[in-house]
Structure formats: C-alpha cells, structure tokens
Write a protein that binds this ligand. Structure first.
Ligand code: NAD
Length: 268
C-alpha cells in the first residue's frame, strides 16, 4: 500500500533507538524526509547512518539528525532550526522521550513529578503547540504521541508514567476534536504494550530488584502472559505509526491505539 506521504517532512523524537527509531525507519521507507532527535550525538548519528543506508529507503528521502534534550526549550528550538529542515513546518510529528524511572510513589518528590510531567506531558504539548496551526493552514498534519499501555492499564511501579501520560491523553482528546479536525490534521496516541527495547531492559531490571526473581524468569513469565506469546518489535510499532501518518488514516483522530499483542484484557 502506498501511504501517500512521500516527500512530506516528519519530526521523530527519541529516535536513536527503540520505538522512535522504528517510527523513523518506517517513515523513511515511505519516502518521508525525517528530522530525528535524541540526546546522545553518537547513537543518534549511528541511527541516521542506519536510516540512510537502509536499502528500502527511496532515493531522495532525507535524514537530518539533531542531538539535544527534547524536554528543554533549547532542545526543541534546535529541532526547528536544523539547516535544510522545514523549520516548524512539519507535516508529521512523532513525540517521544524516555519514560520516567520506575519506583515507589512514596519516594517521589515534587522534582521527580515535574521531571515526568515535563518529559511525558508538557514536551509533547509544546511540540504540538509549535506545529499544529501550520499543519491546519496547509491542510495536512499528523501528530502521533508515543505514550504507554499504562494509560489504559496502569503498571504499579510506573506511577510517574501512569500519571503524567494520562494528563497528555486528556489534553490530546480535546485538541484532536477542536477546529483542527476539519483541516486535515489528526492527533492520535500510540500506546506501546511490551516491546523489546532498552527501555524494557530497565523496567525488567527494576522488577528483578524488587522481586528477587531473575530478569530471564520475569521476561519469560511476562511473555507467557501476552496472548501473542512474545514482546513486540520496534519495526512493527513503526509500521503502525506510519499508517497513522498516512493519507489513508485521515478519518482516524483522537484515538488511543494499543499495540500490545492482546495483553490488555478488556473488550473495549
Ligand atoms: P528506548 O530507551 O529504547 O529509547 C528512547 C529514545 O528516546 C532514545 O533514542 C533516547 O535517546 C531518546 N530520549 C530519551 N530521553 C530523551 C530526551 N529527554 N530528549 C531526547 N531524546 C530522548 O525506549 P523505547 O522503548 O523506545 O520507549 C519509547 C517510549 O515509549 C518511552 O517513553 C517509554 O517509556 C515508552 N514505552 C515503552 C514501552 C516498551 O515496552 N518499550 C512500553 C510502554 C511505554
């Protein structure tokens, strides 16, 4: 299926690895020009080189890399100022940043909460604010926020994530249904279940410390509880993201899409 977005410009945050990289890869394979961001310049450069060397990348699809912390104003400004990039005139924005650390809510002070809110609620809101009106003026826009299955089904040790991302989810539900909806702009959240990335290695290590079980044992028991019998792959996640960004998904907005191998037990 031709997704109809070749030649568009996408901003993909947190794209040096994991789910962000999966999204960037799927978009580049559709001929989309991407600006990728992440904190570590070396890993980000390596990711850009991987994308450029991808045999499935159509000739002409550009990849620009900007290292910086997207949760800061300076980090976001750098993404919009990259030479050769579209400024704030992105057609597609995939918001993403690292998830907050696991732990016990009794140990989190105001600073820990502000940090989680900054990364997983206020940063996506700032990115939306900077780009959405231009998208509406041009008559096309796709915004996908990478959030978490914890929005639908909270995870006890990820209270910071449960809380901060729920705030973003409520905000997005309103904006998606505002006047931008009639102007070709869609706004959706992608809620990863368990995907095999470095992030899951961190949460597995924390769970192992808490329970005394080995990482391997927890990994096996988690996978056994997922109806699909396995963790998801970043490329599978990226393909769903690319579809949400496609011209075919123009009538799909304000939704919380849950790729989780069937793990969420509810009917709705
Ligand atoms: P990951 O650790 O593999 O990759 C995170 C990426 O974001 C990296 O490129 C990192 O450099 C970048 N990043 C982190 N903080 C940043 C910042 N402040 N500024 C710029 N870049 C930053 O993580 P992942 O598994 O790809 O997860 C992506 C998001 O999805 C996270 O918020 C995570 O909590 C969430 N999530 C992941 C899973 C999963 O199973 N992997 C499940 C639920 C939610």
């Amino acid at each position: 299926m031709d997704l109809g977005i070749a030649g568009k410009w996408a901003l993909v945050c947190g794209a040096s690895k994991g789910l962000g990289f999966g999204c960037a890869q799927a978009l580049v394979r559709e001929g989309v020009n991407v600006v990728i961001g992440a904190r570590g310049p070396e890993a980000l450069q390596a990711a850009a080189e991987r994308l450029l060397a991808d045999p499935l990348r159509p000739a002409g699809a550009q990849v620009l890399a900007v290292a910086g912390d997207v949760t800061t104003e300076a980090g976001r400004a750098a993404l919009f100022a990259v030479p050769g990039g579209p400024g704030v005139n992105f057609d597609i924005v995939v918001t993403n940043a690292g998830g907050p650390p696991p732990g016990d809510f009794r140990d989190w002070d105001r600073e820990a909460w502000i940090k989680a809110l900054d990364a997983n609620m206020l940063t996506p809101i700032e990115l939306i604010k900077a780009t959405i009106d231009g998208m509406a003026e041009r008559g096309f826009g796709r915004i996908v926020n990478i959030t978490s299955s914890s929005v639908k089904s909270p995870i006890d040790i990820l209270g910071l994530s449960n809380g901060a991302r729920s705030g973003l989810t409520g905000f997005v539900a309103g904006v998606a249904r505002s006047s931008i909806a009639a102007k070709g702009v869609t706004l959706n959240n992608l809620l990863p279940g368990k995907f095999d990335t470095d992030r899951i290695a961190t949460t597995l290590a924390a769970a192992s410390k808490k329970t005394g079980q080995s990482v391997e044992a927890i990994r096996a028991s988690q996978q056994a509880q997922i109806p699909a019998g396995r963790y998801g792959r970043p490329d599978e996640f990226g393909a769903i993201c690319a579809f949400l960004c496609s011209t075919h998904a123009a009538y799909l907005t304000g939704q919380n899409i849950l790729p989780d191998g069937g793990a969420y037990p509810g009917t709705y």
